[in-house]
Design a protein around this ligand. Structure first.
Ligand SMILES: [Zn+2]
Length: 452
């Protein structure tokens, strides 16, 4: 039998074992936001790696530990997998058809919090490792796993962890935590992620709320102060007014625009799915909308809080107001620059009373669409998925890929078992077993070809 046939035969006949391992992994809660089960889940992750002969360490950070495993292979090259063992909170619990931490198999799908994001990705990749060990007796290349526990809480310690462990994490390429197929079952290859700078702005104008008949005429109003400060950040033209905010923005290349042009039309889908009537900046659809969607920086008010919002009226002047604001960043913007510019801008506009709390950030990062590793990941997919991967120049979302791209110097490819109804972060999160098996088959081929 050829290696591929032998590997596939192993995967087909051991799928139940891998799903049982995933179920056990999912049954161990690991809710970072609630600090629930983090140490236990890190220990379980380490056990799963050790079982396969990986030299494994549970390394402390300022928060949840990072689990690192390494196993030597035949070839000299090293493939690094980045995954995470933490999950999103399961609430609202009443919307789950079966309890989030009691994995349930029905209609070819496994349900549970974290089955897709991201525990299933880790076990499917370990499943591929098992198949290679069974078929070849050794791994075709060196394999490293970095499995963090803070991905769902902004990976606050990951960047420093990478900087402090450059030698340990040294590799030639990286497979990212997520991936999957679109609504047409086409596997997607995301070439990068936007960056982010997340802040909370707050104003306090008095020690307590005051009767609006008294304070309204003579006291500063926290809500108004905040609204005016926010108003100074962006105009109705959607242009962000922080000094120098666009200086480092690199426009998409001709290749990027060409790739964006190949992606399906989204305007009508968005209108139906989200009930929006129209888009900003006069956009109507086409490649222009898709390019704008990911290649422009944003300043988004994510939430606003002040004063009384209960039923009826309450004539009160609020002492405090706050807003959560995120800035999505595009290459080559940096969160530190945004923070500095934001402070300078607010001060210059007379808002020295507006406090800024930095809640997290990461720089944007991308891998070249024509990188040989991207080609390898894409070339091994059609045999499994029946069609080529679709290259997506950048995702509108953010993640901690910058230290992998910029500090470790790795090409980063996405591949995974997600699909449009995975319901990540939502009730009834699930995976399809057929896609789980496909992802394991794909990863086994990537490892095999990478080792050649
Ligand atoms: Zn997630």
């Amino acid at each position: 039998m050829s290696s591929y046939a032998e590997i596939d035969a192993y995967l087909d006949s051991h799928l139940d074992d891998s799903i049982a391992e995933l179920s056990r992994f999912v049954a161990q809660p690991s809710v970072g936001a609630q600090n629930l089960g983090m140490q236990e889940c890190a220990a379980l992750t380490a056990e799963m790696l050790r079982k396969r002969g990986f030299a494994t360490e549970v390394l402390p950070t300022g928060g949840a530990p990072v689990v690192f495993g390494e196993r030597k292979g035949k070839g000299g090259k090293t493939l690094l997998f980045y995954c995470h063992y933490d999950v999103q909170p399961p609430e609202p619990l009443e919307l789950w058809e079966t309890p989030p931490f009691e994995p349930s198999l029905r209609d070819g799908k496994l349900y549970g919090r974290g089955v897709s994001d991201d525990k299933g990705h880790l076990t499917a990749r370990l499943f591929a490792v098992d198949a290679l060990l069974a078929a070849l007796g050794e791994l075709p290349c060196n394999v490293k796993f970095i499995v963090e526990g803070e991905e769902e809480t902004s990976s606050v310690h990951l960047h420093d962890f990478v900087l402090n462990n450059l030698e340990r994490l040294k590799a030639d390429a990286c497979i990212w935590e997520f991936g999957g197929v679109d609504h047409e079952e086409t596997p997607l290859e995301y070439l990068g992620l936007r960056g982010i700078c997340y802040v909370e702005l707050s104003v306090e104008t008095a020690s307590i709320d005051v009767h609006s008949g008294l304070g309204g005429s003579i006291f500063p109003n926290a809500a108004w102060r905040l609204v005016w400060a926010l108003n100074s950040l962006k105009g109705p033209d959607e242009r962000i007014r922080l000094p120098g905010h666009y200086d480092k923005v690199r426009p998409p290349s001709a290749r990027d625009v060409e790739l964006m042009d190949l992606l399906p039309e989204t305007a009508e889908v968005y209108k139906q799915q989200y009930g929006v009537q129209s888009f900003i900046k006069g956009l109507t659809g086409g490649a222009a909308l898709r390019v704008e969607e990911v290649f422009t920086p944003t300043c988004t008010i994510c939430g606003l809080t002040s004063g009384y919002q209960g039923p009826g009226s309450k004539t009160v002047q609020p002492a405090k107001a706050s807003a959560k604001v995120d800035f999505r960043l595009v290459p080559d913007q940096e969160p530190a620059d945004v923070l500095r510019a934001l402070r300078a801008h607010l001060d210059a506009q007379g808002f020295t009373d507006v406090k800024i709390e930095f809640l997290g950030g990461e720089a944007p990062a991308r891998t070249d669409p024509d990188d040989p590793f991207i080609k390898l990941v894409c070339d091994t997919a059609p045999e499994i998925y029946g069609k080529p991967m679709k290259l997506i120049p950048m995702s509108g979302g953010s993640g901690p890929n910058s230290p992998f791209v910029h500090e470790l110097g790795l090409p980063v490819a996405t591949a995974g078992l997600g699909y449009p109804d995975s319901r990540g972060h939502a009730p009834n999160e699930n995976i399809r077993l057929d896609l789980y098996l496909k992802h394991a088959r794909h990863m086994a081929r990537v490892l095999l070809e990478f080792g050649k």
